[in-house]
Design a protein around this ligand. Structure first.
Ligand code: SAM
Length: 412
């Protein structure tokens, strides 16, 4: 497109729509050096590199000279500083400033983990409906034979559940591997210790002491978990041990880059490890899927989506929730639009940091990348994984894939 849509500029530069009109007026009066373009009787800012430089400058200046009278200032609650460590807080600040986003992962902490548990328990009870939990359960059930074939010959199976949620999706696979007498370790890796606690509570209820639960807090955007597996891999019985890694519940679609967690997982796998994933490929229906709230049939922000906002004292009278599908980016979203200019004031021992957000700008709370089944498989293979097995649910809404490591040919 030869020009920027006004809405694109609002999202890109976190400014109000009115600010875009002001820039256009200023350009018409020759006060700023922006090239304009007429289309359908309306004036737009041309999509040119020289304009991008000026737009960045204008957005920066706007932030500096914002009128303090119209600026609402909030400060995060003490619980915010208790729940997130300094690195995570810095990450939240950077994401707000640079991307107008709160990464979804921080919404699984504390009450957000309980919220996820409630939604999953409701999904489990829903009759006649498909959802990601039921899709994952159906796919694991019909693939037990394929998994048996792939783990055949190994007497010690380590199941590494990356982002286990409340543990319900892995239950049947654990029962199966335990019945065969080959489960060596069950290892859950999650960013949220509260989520790990919920998974542990459920697994203890189902399996008692027969299942030794190991939980590790890691952010798989960048933290590998190979250290947890090193003893088994260097042990005398290593050739009898297989690491079966699970990444269930369509988790990577929420990351800014789908491939970030895949690279971490790939980097944590030894040569013979297997990766089992479940995803929800793009369909017309899935683009309209917004059932995240704890109460059935209510389109409100779920506890996990609003957790960080609440902890930062951004109360719901300051925004309006929006949910939709962005066709250009092939992304479903849940976000809030601010009805006032807002400063979030973060305090540390000896410093204060402001994050300034414009009126009408948005904060993204959830992204769900949409991709076809083949497109998803391609994403996994691009990090070096090799497809060994794939199947869809009967209703064709959910996909299970099993990958191994790509074998490189030995150079002679
Ligand atoms: C969409 S839920 C899926 C849960 C479960 N696998 C299922 O199928 O129901 C995402 C899970 O990944 C965890 N998670 C999200 N982002 C993470 C990150 N960056 N690092 C580690 N775990 C993360 C969440 O806490 C949660 O347990």
């Amino acid at each position: 497109m030869p020009y920027f849509k006004h809405s694109e500029l609002v999202t890109q530069y976190h400014v109000a729509l009115k600010t875009v009109y002001n820039w256009i007026d200023a350009a018409k009066q020759g006060k700023v050096d922006l090239e304009l373009l007429e289309h359908g009787g309306r004036t737009y800012i041309a999509n040119k590199q020289s304009n991008v430089v000026v737009l960045r400058q204008l957005a920066q200046e706007g932030k500096k000279y914002r009128n303090a009278r119209f600026q609402k200032v909030v400060a995060p609650k003490p619980e915010f500083y208790d729940l997130y460590n300094r690195q995570q807080i810095l990450d939240i600040m950077t994401n707000l400033r640079t991307h107008g986003e709160i990464p979804r992962q921080y919404g699984y902490f504390n009450g957000g983990a309980d919220g996820w548990d409630v939604v999953m328990r409701r999904h489990e009870q829903e009759e006649g409906l498909t959802n990601i939990l039921k899709g994952t359960q159906e796919l694991i059930h019909i693939n037990l034979g394929a998994i048996d074939r792939l783990i055949e010959g190994y007497s010690k199976i380590n199941i590494v559940d990356v982002g286990p949620g409340n543990g319900i999706p892995v239950r049947e696979l654990l029962e199966h591997v335990m019945e065969r007498g080959v489960l060596h370790r069950y290892i859950a890796v999650d960013i949220s210790k509260e989520m790990l606690r919920i998974a542990e509570r459920n697994l203890r209820e189902w399996f008692g002491d027969a299942l030794p639960f190991e939980g590790y807090v890691r952010d798989v955007t960048y933290e590998r978990f190979s250290d947890v597996l090193v003893d088994d891999l260097l042990d005398r019985g290593a050739d009898q041990t297989l690491n079966l890694i699970l990444f269930l519940g369509d988790t990577p679609v929420n990351f800014r880059s789908f491939s970030d967690p895949l690279r971490t997982i790939y980097g944590s796998m030894d040569g013979k490890a297997l990766l089992v994933c479940t995803n929800k490929p793009d369909t017309e229906t899935s683009r309209r899927y917004f059932e995240f709230s704890a109460t059935a049939n209510r389109s409100e922000l779920s506890p996990g989506h609003r957790l960080v906002l609440d902890l930062m004292n951004v109360s719901d009278d300051l925004y309006k929730a929006e949910m939709g599908f962005d066709e250009r980016r092939m992304m479903r979203y849940v976000r809030v639009r601010l009805n006032t200019a807002l400063t979030i004031r973060f305090r540390f021992e000896n410093s204060m940091h402001d994050v300034n957000l414009e009126k009408d700008s948005t904060i993204l709370l959830l992204r769900v990348w949409h991709n076809s089944a083949l497109g998803l498989i391609d994403e996994y293979q691009r990090v070096g994984l090799k497809l060994l097995q794939s199947s869809m649910t009967k209703d064709r809404n959910y996909l299970l894939t099993i990958f191994g490591m790509e074998e490189t040919e030995t150079l002679i």
